[in-house]
Ligand binder design. Sequence first.
Ligand code: TYM
Length: 335
Amino acid sequence: MRIVSGIQPTGKLHLGNYLGAIRNWVRMQDENAAAGGETLFFLADLHSLSDHIPAETRREGVREMAAALIAAGVDPARAILFNQARVPAHAELCWLLNGTARMGWLNRMTQWKDKAGKNREGASVALFDYPVLQAADVLVYQATHVPVGEDQKQHLELARDIATKFNTDFGVELFPLPDPIIPPAAARIMSLRDGSAKMSKSDPSDMARINLADDDDLIAQKIKKAKTDPEPLPGEAAGLEARPEARNLVGIYAALADQSVDQVLARFAGQGFGAFKPALAELLVETLRPIRDRFVALKDDHDAIDRVLMAGAERAAALAAPTLDAAYRALGLFR
Ligand code: TYM
């Protein structure tokens, strides 16, 4: 298996990232190391150019997110951890794939439509081309498995389309089609304030998300204030269908406890949120406390973090080189 995934280094690592992706990264990294495969995780700092961010914020974001990932269990001895900007092969392959990707495909991407909104003329080219860079991120390593949350599924389907068209147009079998690995529960954790919006780094309200570095009191307070409804919990999952906020909280509990939603409901059926919320807060605090402690101990050791990222970049660049060479050759480009 060749496992590859990335995360934007802007904003804080939150519960949606953790349950939707990072926990799976850690599990897959361990299995893949035992099986002798390579695993690569990176900070998508080049992707962050699609937003206007001051340089210093970007620099801090990369180091802070690297520390958070290590704290959450990403192990540089088992997975190659690096930032994208240190491995030029990502940007190079993106440019090569720009010849294959179609405007119509990119126009259909929901992230583009949501973020550009009505202001398409004023949106950056980087925002439009974002999914092609993401395709390059995985294809440059000939990734077979890409652990992500539900919201990245469309981008990965695009990566498969680009890979298929490139292979066909140039008569090569260069890019295997990467499989998205999406967790069965927790693929889409929603905002604590609005059950129809996903939990996100960019939500202006910090009360809408649980950050992995939040302290115990803040976590308890956020869960206490989370939006719910006055009904007691039902006996099975079907009873949550029209109750997005309740479904989200029960889903979070289930993911944390590694249980099914029905198992959680079997325990809390008939009880209201006055009973459920404290149990959820306790489970969250127990899960996140060790991650936060490791994060606090590591985050200011810039030298140690930079060493990890530089060593990772060197290994990643070596893995990318043959695929990038083959892509140049397939296109008839002299280097
Ligand atoms: P990003 O930085 O938004 O999120 C990182 C990972 O966390 C998952 N995630 C969630 N999962 C469940 N519920 C949520 N509320 C939630 N919010 C985020 C995301 O699905 C993702 O797996 N474009 C990507 C970064 C990227 C990438 C790649 C990923 C760049 N290149 C190549 C995979 C492969 C992004 O912005 O993720």
